[in-house]
Design a protein around this ligand. Sequence first.
Ligand SMILES: CC(C)[C@H](C(=O)O)[C@@H](O)C(=O)O
Length: 440
Amino acid sequence: MGMTITEKILAKASGRSVVEPGENIWVDVDVLMTHDVCGPGTIGVFKREFGADAKVWNSEKIVLIPDHYIFTADERANRNVDILREFAQEQGIKYFYDITDKSNFKANPDYKGVCHVALAQEGHTRPGEVLFGTDSHTCNAGAFGQFATGIGNTDAGFIMGTGKLLIKVPATMRFILNGEMPPYLLAKDLILHIIGDITVAGATYRTMEFAGVAVEKMTMEERMTLCNMVIEAGGKNGTIAPDETTFEYVRSRTNQPFEPVYTDPDAKFYSNRRYDVSQLEPVVAQPHSPDNRALARECSNVKIDRVYIGSCTGGKTEDFFHAAKILKGNKVKVPTYLVPATQKVYEDLFKLKYSEQTLSEIFLEAGCIEPAAPSCAACLGGPKDTFGRMNEPEICVSTTNRNFPGRMGNKEAGVYLASPYTAAASALTGYVTDPREFLS
Ligand SMILES: CC(C)[C@H](C(=O)O)[C@@H](O)C(=O)O
């Protein structure tokens, strides 16, 4: 019987030749990631269940990434990072991307930033493997043909002790994206379009597998944007068949061997949806839900107070490159916050050029606020002093992933989720703006 990528990875990880959707199986875990928000809770569960002196199952398969509430005076947030550090030292954890000097993040060569982008950049997202993380956007790594999903602290504590987890095999919904990608569309438009179609519950506990020519032509960062937002449709995980683009990205970041797997031609799907991407238009998700889709041009009368470009979803190097394309030679009309996902992305802003200027030169000339230290920052609000946090009931166009009430701070604030093109175009007009107005 044919299997999907997800079924094949889970079959292998459970030592079976075949698994079917709905079966509950024990899988061996290749990577467990936790961060400063959930790490302390996970460590607490681990110690309670396995003993105060217990050792983790494998100190090279756990990745600890402080990234959420980093640049804040909040004592409890800072304490969370200290707990990760103490645990990393006690257990000899190999991959701990520590931050010690918070006043100058550049002085911390180990510090990376947002976990999902850091996992990819540090070579932890390998085809055919199983990655669990205590963060719902762990599905990001499905872009590499890895089985990657978010879990709670209890499951993560159990994995820390045993390296195993009992999970139900999800059925796979396939999304075939064909056609030529128009120059004004980005992966963010495609995923917002799909979520608008199927709703925030449309893929609950299912795999969303993306295929088709438009996906094959995408860079790894664009594939990550697609898979990152699978959870916003309730999906368990996302998958994309690994190919040369994947291998090149992964091999340049790790020497660890991996075994890619592929969906069989006779695999069974829960559903098949086809899109001709050449027919789609730039979209936004209006407040207060990622499935509240509208065409960007339909919202041109929505006056905005700020623009935010950042997060695991929309703060990667290419996201900034896309924003720079629109901002170059223009001036922003509203405060525009730039938060690179990782230290590497931050460096790219000062190295990478678009039409003879570095991205950071373009941004500063356009009047954007200077790029901030890499972290999750205001994507999920955070402590009051978080960079870019919406402390007032304002309207923001954001490249992030969620726009529930209060998500970026103030409960009365309204967040329009959009692609980096749409966010940048909106910054230039002060209204939600279709980027075609600025892309000739
Ligand atoms: C803090 C964490 C548990 C949370 C998540 O799981 O997604 C956060 O990263 C988010 O984006 O809402």
